[in-house]
Design a protein around this ligand. Sequence first.
Ligand code: ASP
Length: 354
Amino acid sequence: MQRPNTESSILIIYTGGTIGMVENPATGVLEAFDFTYLNKNVPELNRFGCNISVEQFDPPIDSSAITPQEWIRIAEIIRDNYDSHDGFVVLHGTDTMSYTACALSFLLNNLSKPVILTGSQLPIGKLRTDGKENLITAIEIAAAKINGKARVPEVCIFFENYLMRGNRTSKVSADQFNAFDSFNYPQLAYAGIDIKYNDGAIMQLPHDMPPFSISTNLNPNVGILKLYPGITREVVESYLAIPGLKGIVLETFGSGNAPMDEWFLEALEKAVKNGKVIVNVTQCVTGYVDMTRYETGHLLEKIGLVSGYDSTSECALVKLMYLFGQNLSPEEVKCQMCLPLRGEISIEGVYCHH
Ligand code: ASP
């Protein structure tokens, strides 16, 4: 069995979520508790083969209350502890964990250490909790090294049995232990009796990596518009007219298709001309947008929509926040949307029109 590297120093950043919750005896409702509760319930932490330190949000928060401000706060904690630690485990509620993983992947520049997000479906104090295994394995992965270097130098989610690239994940179940999936990118590791790493899928770092740094600006003036049959002109036009809106993830059908009504195409074209970046992301969980496949997709491309390729909606949205946060022009944002900045899209053989 693989053992964690005894020389590794791991920082646990406890933000909140079910993993650290307890039942309020009066109401039966789950409430966040102090990290010492977690520590008490996982005595294994004290005899783990590496140095573990903890930073916690005070108070811990349910992940449905997380905002870009908290993403930046986590990035700052990682920056402040980067040199003194070999890896980071972020304990986080599952509800918005995928969004946080996307945000961290963009905010952390030139990352060469593991940042593993995990949480649980059942509080760690419950007998059948999944939290203990998730936490222990996440620490083991964060501590893992090969030839003195981090085994997984990227932002990941570890949940149940799988390690996944964080910006490729979606939460897929509200009640199963297997709560996340990475539909368009292979898992980075499988944790069974041993942890089996999928080396071919893990991020390869360049030899001459610039120093680690973080970005601390995100622009939240973006949104997701999901198409559905019968969507009305009022809905589309009102959405596109939201004051200050800079970018939109348009969730389309199949390989990137949308209605061909004149009013619809005109509304999109007007928005693009006004400097809004509209990213075409499919509602399907697997596969990618190909705006050359059908006439409807082709029309969207012609009026200036940018392809989201095989991105999740979560990732396309957060990437827009990140790019607009860097004060880029709409044209520059379009160009960057076409590039895999952190392994978030696969664009082999696909040509960028921007
Ligand atoms: N509502 C919780 C949260 O996301 C659920 C969980 O932790 O799984 O914070």
